[in-house]
Structure formats: structure tokens, C-alpha cells
Design a binder for this molecule. Structure first.
Ligand code: SF4
Length: 409
């Protein structure tokens, strides 16, 4: 497969505002209640709502806090658990919309997800729905989610969501046992008419500790494959910011007429994709550049009790919106500030020429070492500075990164 790589200055989208001033996106876990029992659940979700979760009034106050950031406001995603477990979800969505916030929903595929409920949320101003699809076939996905029938229910829910007028995003978790289902998942995601495919590289937290993560070389192969298929659908990676490094390296390679080197997993994924797509007509589009968001740097997570974290997978508390406004926590808390200072990162991420456009998964670093500023253990790249030959190894890539920074400011 060949890949069209965009212009260097546009290969990675930069946030257009000061990332220390406001996030690009806020994720609010409105409840931890959920009827599913997913193997990888970050939240260790429970079947009943926690009496300590933010009330309707406290939730509205949180939305007021989000709307106190300067315009354009951060995007808001209501997640869980299953947000549909909250009967006041429509009221929260309507309130956020009335403040001018762009509201998205991330429900679980359960019997709660009905045409009526989706219609109510669409009427309340909900704009996008994201659904999880982790296997390309029912046995894999259902085993992952802990309930039979979830795969079919998810496909039905995706159709209901698009019929209701929501923009659809599909989220897929990659593990060692499901990675070879990615090509078939791609075709399913395309068939569903999703606008964005978010591929999540499992962080071993919550119930996810029981699953096998990929090796750094395997992650690298998957990232290259994602660049390949980004001409079919917009790709977002979660907890793999080195996708942006791979995009830049592919740009360098294309400019120099080099064919990037790949490992056996990339070859296998590529062969499977070719076979599955066959003669099928798939609309190709210019690859959508990934945006340079990272934990605490454009991204903030608020849990069901109001605790604020740099990411849902980085369990390091920065404060609580019950006693401190979210803008103050985001701007001032030591953990958020440290995560926005990549020169403080330890090890190779701290000296990497891509540290400002990538920065590594802070959640993976924390999960494996207990230090959120440590190097990302899922990245196979050896920075030029670590090799002691910056010019030979990273000169072109670093200049691309510098060019992008110059473009952004
Ligand atoms: S070494 Fe760290 S900053 Fe550099 S590309 Fe890898 S994860 Fe990103």
C-alpha cells in the first residue's frame, strides 16, 4: 500500500491556543455504573451508581466551569461506566449545549441504548456518539465485553446513532489477542460510516491489567499500518502519541524516496488488508493529521466524583472540581504543569527530538514505572540524542518538527 503524506507543516495539527491555558477536550465520567464487564475496563465499572458521584447540580456546575475557559470551548465527552445509566443525561447534555459546549456521548452497548434515548439526546444538542468495537467478530468482542450479544448490539447501536444524526466514532482496543482482527475491524468501521476510528493501545490499569499488551516493535508495526489506512478513514490513537512521530518519519521517508522498514506484524496486517479490500471500491481521502494532544496537555479527565486527572488512564489526582474550579486545576496543578514540560521527562522521552510533538504515553509510563514523567515503555524509537548522533539520526525529522512549531506560532 502507498500512502499520501501531507505537507510537513500540516502533518500534525497543533492546538491553536495556549495548551497551558485550556484543554482541547474534556472527558467527564458522569457515572461509573455499567451493565457490561469489559476485560479492559479502566474504571472497574460497577452495576450501580455511586451515591458519591456528582449530582445533577454539581454536574451543571462542572459544565459551567468548562464554559468558563476562553472560546472556542473545549470539546466535552460524557463517558462512563455507561453514561446512559444516568436518567438526567438528557438534561446535562441540553445544559452543556445551552452554554455553547460541543457535547459528545460515549455509551455502552446495552439495552439502555434505544432509538428513543438517542433521539432525546440528539434533541438535547448531542453531536457525536462513540461506540466500542474491539473484535471483528462476535466471539472476540463479546468475550472482551463480558456479555454475549454485545457485538450485534453495537452494530445496531451504530446504525441507530447515525440514523439519529450523530457523528459516529468507533473506538477499538488493541491487545495481543485481537491485533490480527484490525484489518477486518477496518472494513466494519468503514461499512458503519464512522467518521473517526480511535485505536486505543491498552494501558495495564483497572481490569486491563489482565490483558496482554503488544511489544514496542509490534506497536510500531501497528502504527505504520494505521498510517497506511488513514487514507480510508480518519485515525486517532489513544495512549500512543508516537503515531505522530511515525507520521513525521513517513513524511521524511516519502520526501527522500525511501521505503520505511517494517516488521512482520505490519506485513501480515498489510496482506490481510489487501485481501479483505480486494477489488472493493473504497473512497480515499487525504489523511487527516493527528492533533498534538497528550495527558494534561490539551486533555483532561474528570471522574464520577469530580476528581481531575491528566488522563483516564493516569490515576494521579490533580484536584477536585467540588472545591477547586477546573480551569485552576488544569492550569496550576503541579502534575498538569509537569506534563506540559517535556524537557522534564526522564530517559529517552526527555531527550527525544519528537518530545514536543509526541511526548510519549504518560499513562503507559506511569503504569509500568509509577513515574508519569518516565519514558514511554511502548515506544521502540531510539532518539538521536540517545545515540549521540543527532544530525545523522534525527536531523530531518527534528527540522520537520521545528517547522511545524514555527507554523503553529
Ligand atoms: S522516545 Fe518518547 S518522545 Fe520520542 S517518539 Fe518515543 S515516545 Fe515519543
Amino acid at each position: 500500500m502507498t500512502t499520501t503524506v501531507p505537507d510537513a507543516a500540516k502533518a500534525v495539527r497543533h492546538q491553536r491556543h495556549d495548551v497551558a491555558d485550556k484543554p482541547f477536550i474534556t472527558i467527564w465520567e458522569v457515572t461509573r455504573a455499567c451493565q457490561l464487564a469489559c476485560l479492559h475496563c479502566r474504571a472497574d465499572a460497577i452495576t450501580r451508581r455511586d451515591p458519591l458521584e456528582l449530582s445533577l447540580d454539581e454536574g451543571k456546575a462542572l459544565l459551567d466551569q468548562i464554559a468558563s475557559f476562553p472560546k472556542p470551548y473545549p470539546l466535552v465527552v460524557l463517558t462512563g461506566g455507561d453514561p446512559f445509566e444516568r436518567p438526567d443525561l438528557g438534561e446535562l447534555t441540553a445544559y452543556g449545549s445551552s452554554l455553547g459546549l460541543s457535547m459528545a456521548l460515549s455509551p455502552s452497548a446495552t439495552p439502555n441504548l434505544t432509538t428513543e434515548r438517542l433521539g432525546e439526546l440528539r434533541d438535547a444538542g448531542g453531536k457525536a456518539v462513540s461506540l466500542s468495537l474491539d473484535g471483528a467478530q462476535a466471539p472476540t468482542h463479546d468475550a472482551f465485553r463480558g456479555f454475549e450479544g454485545t457485538f450485534d448490539r453495537t452494530l445496531d447501536a451504530a446504525r441507530l446513532a447515525t440514523d439519529a444524526g450523530f457523528r459516529l466514532q468507533i473506538n477499538s482496543t488493541v491487545t495481543r489477542s485481537t491485533v490480527l482482527e484490525l484489518p477486518r475491524l477496518l472494513t466494519t468501521v468503514l461499512d458503519l460510516g464512522a467518521k473517526l476510528w480511535s485505536v486505543f493501545f491498552l494501558v495495564p490499569t483497572g481490569r486491563g491489567q489482565q490483558l496482554q499488551t503488544l511489544s514496542p516493535d509490534e506497536v510500531e508495526d501497528v502504527l505504520h499500518w494505521l498510517v497506511d489506512v488513514s487514507r480510508f478513514i480518519a485515525i486517532k490513537t489513544t495512549e500512543a502519541p508516537h503515531y505522530r512521530r511515525v507520521v513525521l518519519q513517513r513524511l521524511d521517508a516519502a520526501r527522500a524516496g525511501r521505503t520505511p522498514e517494517h516488521g512482520p506484524l505490519h506485513a501480515e496486517l498489510t496482506a490481510m488488508t489487501r485481501e479483505l479490500l480486494g477489488d472493493r471500491e473504497v473512497h480515499e481521502r487525504p489523511a487527516r493529521p493527528p492533533i498534538d494532544v497528550n495527558s494534561g496537555r490539551g486533555f483532561v479527565f474528570i471522574d464520577h466524583q469530580g476528581w481531575v486527572y491528566p488522563s483516564g488512564f493516569l490515576p494521579h489526582r490533580a484536584g477536585n472540581v467540588r472545591d477547586t474550579p477546573l480551569p485552576e486545576i488544569y492550569r496550576e496543578s503541579p502534575i498538569m504543569r509537569a506534563l506540559r514540560t517535556p524537557e522534564q521527562f526522564v530517559g529517552k522521552c526527555g531527550v527525544c527530538e519528537f518530545r514536543e510533538v509526541c511526548g510519549g504515553s504518560r499513562s503507559h509510563a506511569y503504569a509500568v514505572t509509577g513515574d508519569p514523567l518516565a519514558s514511554d515503555p511502548t515506544c521502540s524509537y531510539v532518539p538521536a540524542a540517545a545515540l549521540g548522533s543527532a544530525a545523522a539520526q534525527g536531523g530531518v525529522a527534528a527540522s520537520a518538527a521545528a517547522q511545524m512549531r514555527a507554523h503553529a506560532h
